[in-house]
Design a protein around this ligand. Structure first.
Ligand SMILES: Cc1cc2nc3c(=O)[nH]c(=O)nc-3n(C[C@H](O)[C@H](O)[C@H](O)COP(=O)(O)OP(=O)(O)OC[C@H]3O[C@@H](n4cnc5c(N)ncnc54)[C@H](O)[C@@H]3O)c2cc1C
Length: 399
């Protein structure tokens, strides 16, 4: 006998947990199926922009918890890796709500979301391996042989989403420029200003961000090296970063030296082509996608997770309205209509961000005298301002 569920969310990452919490706040129960045995917290930290804080605050209560554990960033500084010069230093006004810019510990974010959910909402070690139609429901086959029937299926299962595949969305493409992420802990404080520091040039983008008084998060994006051994051996990878990093202050360079090579996390970067988002199905009948399952993007504007949070609010809002409506017989139609409204509301926002992130990331790693000049002297303020421009978005409240 197959168990019948109402709303089933595949994937317990940022998108899945935030959607479940949004629904919970609106009185709708959901079940989150997560393939891992516990919360998956890869990536260490996540840039969290004003648009994400609007979504977090819409979820009620957790904003204060998260803000209290992290440091508010007060400016975005960019510098050239070829000349060493600072090319832009843009203040982010912390006294205005538009200025909410933090780098949040992913584990803390996921745990905070999980703590707000009723016990039993997340079912770990539950990998969905097949999806089938079944009299208006969706039958979900799990790797352990369990079969569940879902009235509504939401794919929050990341870049390799099985739900996106079911909807006919194409596989994400490689951006050809991987990222290495890591962090350094300073037990007695790091003494760096609370700035988002970005260094561009020589085919490289290097970011350094204080998360709180003790932790510095850094990432390094570069063109895929010919020598594959470099990415397979963490010590060689660290050495490669040291060798290819251009001009940065000694204090910044020492961050890489002090990083434990075993904490280097290498991630190939993939994104969904905007035309696939334009023409593809974001929803179909009672199925839809959110987060990276919907719009995987290059991390150049640090917006993937922020956009996932926006998705969650919009989705919870339309779905709760559809599920609460009367009469009961029309529920399937209301769900379909609600998910269509969600996809209408989110399509252009996601196309804009996927595209803007890809283009700005390509410019960040331009190399050559002329291109360096254009990026560092002509476009520097525009590029720094683009982060805040794209983050100036309000997904609205849950109701
Ligand atoms: C290098 C890098 C830096 C980034 N920096 C930032 C940043 O600074 N700011 C920002 O906002 N974003 C950033 N992002 C993007 C951000 O990490 C993602 O957009 C975000 O994590 C997406 O969350 P998600 O919940 O959609 O997907 P995921 O976090 O991928 O979660 C998907 C979950 O689904 C589970 N799952 C997958 N398949 C199945 C299945 N078949 N059955 C059950 N469960 C399944 C997985 O185990 C996983 O837990 C960055 C990304 C990268 C790669």
């Amino acid at each position: 006998m197959e168990a019948v569920e109402g709303v089933v969310i595949v994937g317990g990452g940022i998108a899945g947990l935030a959607t479940a919490l949004g629904l919970h706040r609106l009185g709708i129960r959901s079940l989150v199926l997560e393939s891992a045995e516990s919360l998956r917290t890869t990536g260490y930290f996540i840039g969290t922009w004003p648009n994400a804080w609007k979504a977090i605050d819409a979820l009620g209560g957790i904003g204060q918890i998260l803000r209290a554990k992290h440091t508010q960033l007060t400016s975005i500084m960019t510098a050239s890796l070829t000349s060493g010069d600072i090319t832009a230093d843009m203040p982010v006004n912390p006294t205005e709500s538009e200025g909410d810019l933090y780098v949040v510990n992913r584990k803390t974010l996921l745990e905070t979301l999980e703590n707000e959910l009723p016990k039993g909402t997340i079912k770990y070690s539950s990998k969905v391996v097949q999806i089938q139609d079944s009299d208006g429901f969706k039958s979900l086959h799990l790797a352990d042989g369990t079969i569940l029937k879902a009235k509504v299926l939401i794919g929050c299962d990341g870049v390799n989403s099985i739900v996106a595949k079911y909807l006919g969305l194409s596989e994400a493409s490689s951006a050809g420029r991987p990222v290495v992420r890591s962090f350094v802990e300073f037990k007695n404080g790091h003494g760096l200003e609370p700035k988002l520091m970005l260094f561009f040039g020589k085919g490289v983008k290097f970011g350094v961000i204080p998360c709180d008084d003790h932790f510095i998060y850094w990432f390094y994006s570069f063109r895929l090296p010919q020598d594959k051994e470099i990415v397979e051996d963490r010590l060689k990878l660290k050495q490669h970063i040291m060798n290819t990093l251009g001009k940065v202050p000694d204090k910044i360079r020492s961050l890489i030296e002090e990083t434990d090579a075993k904490n280097l996390e290498y991630a190939p970067i993939r994104f969904r082509h905007p035309w696939n988002l334009l023409w593809g199905n974001i929803s179909k009948q009672n199925v839809c996608v959110a987060g990276d399952a919907f719009h995987p993007m290059t991390p150049d504007l640090a917006q993937g997770g922020c956009l996932a949070l926006e998705d969650s609010i919009v989705l919870a809002r339309v779905l709760a309205a559809a599920l609460r409506g009367e009469p009961r017989e029309d529920e399937q139609q209301r769900i379909q209509k609600g998910l269509e409204n969600y996809s209408k509301e989110r399509r252009w926002r996601s196309i804009d961000l996927v595209w803007s992130a890809y283009i700005s990331g390509s410019i960040h790693i331009w190399d050559g005298a002329v291109l360096n000049f254009i990026r560092d002297r002509v476009l520097a303020k525009f590029l720094a301002g683009l982060f805040l421009k794209k983050a100036a978005f309000d997904c609205g409240k849950l109701t």
